[in-house]
Write a protein that binds this ligand. Structure first.
Ligand code: BDP
Length: 678
């Protein structure tokens, strides 16, 4: 009888139980879908692998009325875009390209999964950028530079013979958010990437990705001609070298007719480049551009250069590239990190944006959380991406945002592109943290439409990845939207930057002062704390990096009173007792910021704990334990930074904030074994 009762209870509860979810399906879960519409409810002409995928997605997943997929040449100006129109019995998706139809199918599936209104649809979509590209920093040995989700997805050893099912899943996930290009390998590129046997492996990946509208690109090592084929040098003005690249391009395009092009890190952090031969970045980029031109390939040449000089690192990309403006071929685009230092929790935007008037520019973001707690911290990056894209550079007067400079609105670029360093690895959940999937998603969505708000992106992602129950969606949206600012607060508030432990960049090391390395690899170089105050003087009295910004920003940032407080220590050396806008001293403000970062993470823990009933057990406990790590790390950051800066300020930590629980000397002894070069 007892047992029987238990069975009855279990039977009644059964529909409410949520099954384990390992995160492998990303935002493409479709938990309530068993089968889609029947094939005879799909109207379409012609046969094509991309169209086949679109139809299969509908027969597998679409729960609504009949769907017509129409290719319409008249819609060419929408590029990869599409229109969606609905009547009560039919939805019509039209595009000039098959890939546009597939994107349209993912659009209606998203509407279905987010329970959006499907009546009277009249939608027109056109992507903000032509090239929406993920940069993988994957090495040929399977490791990933700055990767926190396990080893590389690409099984070079197994290719071309053995094919992982995840290649297709990866391509599908990207297509579902509009990503259409990928760089397969690390910018610190091995010359071997261009070896024949590797190119044959690359071809297989390109073949798998093609029906999903994805083009393959490669990072190339500038010394490849010399290293791979024993040429006397790799000088871009040497005819033999130029011919080598032409031959290589022709070899690649025979295997991969729609190959995208090259990404190049040259003369940066020890990588070879044209300057090794007294040539310029333009000489190097143009040589490759000429080789790729006959096949419509492009060169994405990175501006992430800083030499071991006394010049402020924040000025170096600008100083290097501005004199070269106008000297690049039209199939070269300069890829610029959002900030002038290196993917910090918050940076001022890179002043190179808008400074090149004759050369197309593209943004490089970092999705992988090198400087944001790896795959341990919840940090939703849409607000960071938006903050950068919406920054007004004033280069063509008011309203010259980075978005408009790079998307072809202000400069009639032949190619428009946007990129980000991927956070994807072979972990079952792809990104090492369920919430890190949201950053992959957010990049794709913004690359498609940079006008989307962070709220909307979070809302869609949560509904598709977890549940559309408002009791879950609301608090989780709030957590996600505030999470980037929270991380800034517990790590580097008020414009502090690069005070990470050297090498791995995980924890705090504001005391780091590596006398035998380059000065700009030491945290003390960036915060410059002393008895008077803290912060990097980039005004006229200091490095004068402010002068690189267009008016009125040079004045705004040059004046401590008009500099936004969230960047005050980026641009100024500020006295400890400086009065902030809220009346607190700088020291107090800093203390409260660190404290509020910690408090917010604790709030996230409380929020998450209350949501147990809406999430499967696996993901619930996974996120719960990651939040514990994040909380411990936040306290570690706060204690390390406040105790260390206090040795200069000599001021008390305000009474109403939690006292440090660590000793500074103990924190200084922490050496994580995570190894990395800088
Ligand atoms: C930094 C990373 C380093 C990269 C470099 C780059 O620490 O591993 O190689 O950027 O972007 O963020 O080239």
């Amino acid at each position: 009888m007892q047992n029987f009762r238990v069975y009855i209870i279990l039977f009644l509860l059964f529909p409410l139980m949520i099954f384990a979810d390992d995160g492998s399906k990303l935002w493409l879960r479709f938990p309530n879908v068993k089968k889609g519409i029947s094939a005879d409810k799909i109207i379409s002409k012609g046969k094509n692998p991309t169209l086949d995928i679109a139809k299969n997605e509908l027969t597998d997943l679409w729960q609504g009325q009949a769907v017509e997929l129409r290719t319409e040449t008249a819609l060419k100006n929408l590029k990869d875009g599409y229109t969606i129109k609905s009547t009560s019995d039919k939805i019509t998706i039209s595009s000039s390209k098959e890939i546009g139809l597939l994107y349209g199918v993912y659009h209606i599936l998203r509407l279905q999964e987010t329970k959006s209104n499907l009546e009277n649809l009249n939608i027109t979509e056109k992507p903000s950028y032509d090239v929406r590209i993920l940069n993988h920093w994957d090495n040929l040995d399977g490791t990933i530079e700055r990767g926190y989700a396990g080893h590389s997805l690409w099984k070079w050893e197994d290719l071309p013979g053995k094919i992982s099912p995840r290649y297709k899943e990866y391509a599908r996930a990207n297509a579902s958010i509009g990503i259409n290009s990928v760089v397969l390998n690390n910018v610190n590129a091995s010359p071997n990437m261009l070896r024949r046997d590797y190119l044959e492996k690359v071809k297989i990946l390109a073949d798998i990705f093609r029906p999903y509208g994805i083009k393959v690109y490669l990072s190339v090592n500038f010394s490849s001609p010399k290293v791979l084929d024993g040429l006397e040098n790799s000088d871009p003005l040497n005819k033999n070298v130029q011919n080598w690249w032409k031959g290589k391009a022709s070899e690649i395009y025979k295997l991969i007719p729609d190959f995208g092009g090259f990404l190049v890190k040259a003369n940066s952090e020890g990588q070879p480049g044209p300057q090794d031969y007294g040539r310029t970045h333009a000489d190097g980029a143009n040589m490759m551009a000429d080789a790729l031109k006959p096949y419509n390939g492009i060169v994405m040449w990175r501006a992430f250069v800083y030499s071991p000089s006394n010049e402020d690192r924040a000025k170096q990309a600008y100083l290097e590239f501005v004199p070269l403006d106008g000297k690049f071929r039209d199939n070269v685009i300069i890829q610029i990190k959002n900030g002038p230092i290196d993917f910090q929790p918050r940076e001022a935007f890179n002043p190179l944006f808008g400074a090149l008037k004759k050369t197309p520019e593209m943004v490089e973001f970092q999705i992988t959380q090198e400087y944001l707690g790896f795959s341990n911290h919840v940090v939703f990056l849409a607000p960071l991406f938006k903050e950068n894209l919406d920054s007004d550079t004033y280069s063509y007067g008011k309203g010259s945002t980075i978005a408009k400079l790079t998307d072809g609105t202000l400069m009639k670029n032949k190619i428009t592109a946007i990129s980000a360093v991927a956070n994807i690895g072979e972990d079952t959940n792809w990104t090492g943290h369920h919430f890190a999937q949201a950053n992959w998603y957010a990049f794709g969505r913004l690359a498609w439409n940079h006008d989307l708000s962070s709220e909307q992106i979070a809302d869609e992602w949560i509904k598709m990845t977890f549940t559309d129950n408002q009791d879950f969606v609301k608090p989780v949206t709030e957590m996600m939207l505030s999470s980037r600012e929270t991380a800034v607060d517990y790590m580097m508030p008020l414009g502090l930057h690069h005070i990470f432990a050297s090498g791995h960049h995980y924890g705090p090391e504001p005391w780091g002062d590596y006398k035998n390395g380059r000065p700009d690899w030491s945290p003390v170089y960036y915060h410059k704390a002393d008895a008077n105050g803290v912060g990097f003087d980039r005004t006229k009295t200091g490095s004068n990096a402010v002068s690189l910004y267009f008016p009125p920003l040079n004045e705004t940032y040059g004046n401590i009173k008009t500099t936004p407080e969230n960047l005050i220590l980026w641009f100024h050396h500020v006295p400890w007792n400086y009065k902030m806008k809220d009346g607190k001293t700088l020291w107090e403000e800093l203390s409260y910021k660190y404290d509020s970062g910690v408090k917010n993470v604790r709030d996230y823990q409380k929020i998450w704990d209350k949501l147990k009933t809406y999430v499967d057990e696996d993901r619930f406990t996974f996120v719960q334990s990651k939040l514990k790590i994040q909380e411990k790390d936040a306290v570690w950051w706060k204690d390390a930074c406040l105790l260390y800066f206090q040795t200069f300020s000599k001021m008390p930590i305000p009474n109403d904030i939690e006292k440090p629980v660590h000793e500074l000397e103990d924190l200084k002894k922490i050496k994580l074994n995570m190894g990395h070069h800088n």
